[in-house]
Every structure is written in C-alpha cells, then in structure tokens.
Design a protein. Structure first.
Length: 121
C-alpha cells in the first residue's frame, strides 16, 4: 500500500475561513477559526524553518523566524497570542482581545501576510 502524501497545513487555514463564515456566526466558530489559522501557519513555518525540537516548539519557531526577519517573527508571535486567547482564556485578560470578530479579522490578515512568505522560505 502506498503512503498518502503528507497533510497540507494550508487546509487548516481554509477550514478557518470556512468556520468564519458559519451562519449564525458564533464566538465558538471565530475562536476555532483563529486556532486553525494559527495551526496552519505555524506548521508551515516549522517545516520550512526545519525546527525539529518538541519542547517549546512554538517559541523555537518564532526564534528561528526572527533570525530571518524580525517583522515576520513579530507577526507570527502576534498570531500566536490571539490563538492563546482563543484557546485558553474564557474572558481574555487583554480587553482589546474580547471582540472575536476583530480577533478573527486580525488573525486572518496575519495568516494572509505570512503564508506566502513562509511558503517561499
């Protein structure tokens, strides 16, 4: 039996966009969309930067990206912070992160900026 090709993390970003269009739009959809968008971008970054550690891997990917371009790393770190709020904070500590429509818009914009950059690495 042949091995199937590896999963394409861009599918997570596509799923995120599908979730963001779910009707009626609910916070749970937007939070999940943020998480899937981050996961897709993160997996591409990890692969392209050849980060193989498992401990503190999210931090290590940002460090590796920072070695290439600080601005890109800052954008990935920002996307990660939105994802952490989405996944772990019932009421985000940062009052500017309590609007999930805005959070999703920010996450989607960051994903749109980062995907072509990371895919070109």
């Amino acid at each position: 039996m042949l091995n199937p090709p590896p999963f394409d993390p861009r599918e997570f970003v596509a799923l995120a966009r599908d979730l963001s269009k779910t009707s009626p739009l609910a916070e749970r959809h937007l939070r999940s969309a943020v998480g899937r968008a981050y996961c897709g971008v993160f997996l591409i970054a990890r692969d392209r930067l050849r980060v193989t550690v498992t401990e503190n891997v999210h931090h290590e990917v940002i460090v590796a990206l920072r070695a290439r371009n600080r601005g890109w790393a800052d954008q990935l770190a920002r996307l990660r912070r939105i994802r952490v709020a989405a996944d772990y904070e019932l009421t985000p500590d940062d009052p500017t992160r309590r609007d999930w429509t805005r959070n999703w818009q920010d996450a989607d914009l960051l994903a749109k900026r980062l995907l072509p950059i990371l895919q070109a690495l």
